[in-house]
Design a protein around this ligand. Structure first.
Ligand SMILES: [Zn+2]
Ligand SMILES: [Zn+2]
Length: 347
């Protein structure tokens, strides 16, 4: 099922030609709940993992935060299932009396938590991306690789999960691992992605406002420069037209491959390969939500009506991932070699 981002209000390079050479293609992934197989591109789905290759484990440290109870991935799935069933029952009675005694007992058992795990922890599949679905996904220096697999350790290291990336050739995986190990516990339910299918779509992005030259920043902040666009620019942005650029014309929200780095928690900073000093490229953005109040112009056509979320779910949180209270984890890779470690950036 395809999803289409509405066209941008106008071509920003017509007003600001200096932006033209900065255009980059990003592939929005549009994850939506589904039942992916090992042969699908997915978020939170099963991986095409070779039976004879060791599953990745994280050696920690996994330090108990003394506050949160650990849950198993199965606990999280069961709790989500109960929540969905309860939400489908008639409303108008207090929420607690909509649970059966059995459901309440299961919830109590889950909320009591599990022992904090000791020793290495099996990593959880987060995303699997086939190049056939995302043609711009190319591993540096590995022409035969056509599959990217991303896993994470569902504990904070120190303030978000630790990720691991694997590039491989799908054709080389003849014997697939059917029942991969699962971590005995996760630190937060939001670290267990809901299985989602993807509907990749290419869009054009321009850099975050703060990554532009001072001259371009001045132009974008000058309302008189925007007048030529006429009614395409909402005049409520007259006092700060750069916000129109930030919200509607520059960087797409949600899960994506490539494009420009999203900034918001901090000002832009260099992303330099710790091994060779090269400037690193955005590879995959793992997003908490697909859009928010500022970026609603990027909502795919017809989407809000087509994909109602269960009651109580934050808006546009289809993967049920929650990172650092609503932020995004962006993985950057070195263009010189896939062997150079990637960097993780919360924004
Ligand atoms: Zn770990
Ligand atoms: Zn490097």
């Amino acid at each position: 099922m395809s999803r289409t981002t509405p066209p941008r209000p106008f071509d920003v390079t017509a007003l600001f030609p200096q932006l033209a050479p900065l255009a980059r293609i990003a592939t929005r992934l549009h994850p939506r709940a589904g039942a992916p197989s090992q042969h699908d591109s997915s978020v939170g789905g099963p991986l095409l993992w070779p039976a004879d290759e060791p599953w990745p484990y994280c050696d920690g440290p996994h330090v108990w935060d003394q506050v949160n109870a650990a849950l198993s991935p199965e606990d999280v799935r069961l709790q989500r299932h109960i929540q969905a069933v309860v939400a489908s029952r008639p409303h108008g009675i207090p929420e607690m009396s909509r649970y059966t005694p059995e459901e309440r007992a299961i919830n109590d058992r889950i909320n009591a938590g599990r022992p904090w795990p000791e020793g290495p922890i099996a990593m959880l599949p987060v995303a699997q991306l086939y190049v056939r679905d995302i043609p711009l996904l190319r591993p540096p220096g590995q022409a035969e690789a056509d599959l990217l697999q991303v896993l994470w350790c569902p504990f904070d290291h120190p303030d978000h999960p630790r990720t691991a990336l694997f590039w491989r050739s799908a054709a080389a995986v003849t014997d697939v691992l059917d029942t991969p190990p699962e971590p005995p516990a996760v630190q937060f339910p939001g670290y267990v992605p809901e299985p989602c299918l993807l509907a990749p779509e290419q869009v054009t992005e321009y850099p975050n406002f703060l990554e532009l030259s001072k001259e371009l920043q001045q132009q974008l902040g000058d309302w008189s420069m925007w007048q030529a666009a006429g009614a395409a620019v909402d005049s409520s942005y007259a006092v700060a037209p750069q916000e129109f650029y930030m919200n509607k014309l520059s960087v797409a929200p949600g899960w994506k491959v490539g494009g420009w780095t999203r900034w918001g928690l901090t000002d832009p900073m260099p992303r330099i390969c710790p091994t060779c000093g090269a400037e690193m490229d955005p590879l995959l953005t793992i997003a908490t939500t697909e859009w928010n109040a500022g970026t609603e112009s990027w909502v795919p056509d017809g989407d809000q009506a087509r994909d109602p979320l269960p009651p109580g779910t934050p808006p546009a949180n289809y993967t049920l991932i929650d990172l650092a209270r609503g932020y995004d984890l962006q993985l950057h890779v070195c263009p010189a070699s896939p062997d150079h470690p990637h960097i993780e950036l919360i924004q």
